[in-house]
Ligand binder design. Structure first.
Ligand code: PMP
Length: 420
């Protein structure tokens, strides 16, 4: 069957025809057949240079042979044990070695589980209930954080089914706004357990922190007995070997991870200082558990992936990211357009707005119709990016300079089409 027919069929059995909202591309999503390196192939016979990359995990590209081989070997030895494996210790050591705030790690199955558990831990260690998140930040699909959320939830009202009793404990502030945080902390510090943030916002396009904003958050949380949680589900292992905390040299109390850590297989984790992590059961009293926690397939894939994320990888990420963003800036300049090109390392996005973008409100000034024309034109020219202005595009090691050149040519067409 072709994608269009598959989508019609899917809608009878899967709500909206998909298993995660952002995948419901209009008028219908292409259905994947296979993927290799920088490319996705669909059931209709098309192939796409992929800058969605499964929303972030695939930094080495699709079906990276060393990862596939290691996983195949592990598969023949079983897929789940319900008892510990040596590889869990190896991957935990690797995380501890790389990530400045990590002394101990708990492996879970998704970024959602990671943030849910880290928030529970922060509440337990502080004995306080409220958390503060930033407008437009996405920390997964659980109740505490589904308030003014980004990604697939961007622009939607808070979801029905999320009790007010839960979200009344979730405070909001604009990203990069030190004044707003200062006054909120002053008022709420006796109730505020944690500030959770994406150090680079990756679910409303791509918004880097302003200079010294992260340092400011580190100081104000430390002074007021508030746990600082970096949600590095996107930035972890992507922008530096130790993530954003290494890149910006600011060490949080707890970190949440996912995506890349599982090497393309389902995985999440949270980690932090020993004094906090020792509170996690069974060592401590804060409950956290999972049938598939530390799953041997994901752990093996993550462990193999880490071997390839060396200094050279991070240097090349900088180079290819820069090439992409410079290329986009040149296209805009040649067309006398004053839109924003955002990103760092292998993250990038173009905002169809003339406003600077430092927070959610500014991101929302972008013209989503223009973005949609750009997206559809890219697709027609064999380039797949996430189908929303409020997602971030990613590069992988598998994207060659020639791939980037081809992509920029398609992007020029896309930007011109959006302006018609
Ligand atoms: N935090 C961030 C920053 C994310 O980008 C995401 C997913 N895009 C999540 C948490 C949730 O992760 P998952 O989809 O694996 O539950």
């Amino acid at each position: 069957m072709k994608s269009e027919d598959l989508f019609k069929d899917a809608k009878n059995y899967l709500p909206g025809g998909v298993d995660s909202p952002v995948r419901a591309i209009k008028p219908y999503p292409f259905f994947a057949l296979k993927a290799e390196g920088p490319r996705l192939f669909d059931v209709d016979g098309n192939s796409y240079l992929d800058y969605c990359l499964a929303y972030g995990p695939l930094v080495l590209g699709h079906a990276y042979p060393p990862v596939m081989e290691t996983v195949s070997k592990q598969l023949s030895n079983g897929s789940a044990y319900g008892v510990p494996t040596e590889n869990e210790i190896k991957l935990a050591k690797e995380v501890v070695k790389r990530v400045p705030c990590a002394d101990m790690v708990r492996f879970v199955n998704s970024g959602t589980e990671a943030t849910m558990s880290a928030i529970r831990l922060a509440r337990a260690v502080t004995g306080k209930n409220k958390i503060l998140k930033f407008e437009g930040a996405y920390h997964g699909a659980h109740d505490y954080v589904l308030v003014k959320s980004g990604s697939g939830a961007a622009g939607l009202p808070d979801s029905p089914g999320v009790p007010e009793e839960t979200t009344k404990n979730t405070l909001l502030a604009p990203f990069n706004d030190a004044e707003a945080i200062t006054s909120l902390v002053k008022k709420e510090k006796d109730d505020l357990a944690a500030i959770i943030l994406e150090p680079v916002m990756g679910n409303v396009g791509c918004i880097p922190p302003k200079r010294e904003f992260l340092e400011f958050l580190r100081e104000i949380t430390a002074e007021n007995g508030i746990i600082l949680i970096f949600d590095e589900v996107i930035t972890g292992f992507r922008i530096a070997k130790g993530g954003a905390q290494e890149y910006f040299d600011v060490t949080p109390d707890l970190v949440t991870m996912g995506k890349i850590l599982g090497g393309g297989f389902p995985m999440g984790a949270f980690a932090g200082k020993k004094e906090f992590m020792e509170r996690i059961a069974p060592q401590g009293d804060v409950y956290q558990a999972g049938t598939f926690n530390g799953n041997p397939i994901s752990i093996t894939a993550g462990l193999e992936t880490m071997k390839h994320l060396d200094e050279k990888f991070y240097q090349e990420s900088e180079t290819s990211g820069l090439k992409m963003r410079r290329g986009l800036e040149n296209i805009l300049e040649d067309a006398s357009l004053n839109y924003q090109v955002a990103g760092l390392s292998s993250m990038f996005q173009i905002y169809f707005t003339q406003s600077e973008v430092w927070d959610y409100a500014q991101a929302k000034t972008a013209d989503t119709e223009k973005f949609n024309t750009y997206f559809q034109t890219l697709l027609a020219n064999g380039v797949f990016i996430p189908p929303s202005q409020f997602e971030c595009c990613f590069l992988s090691q598998a994207h060659s300079p020639e791939d980037i050149q081809i992509t920029l040519e398609a992007m020029e067409k896309g930007i011109k089409a959006a302006e018609k």
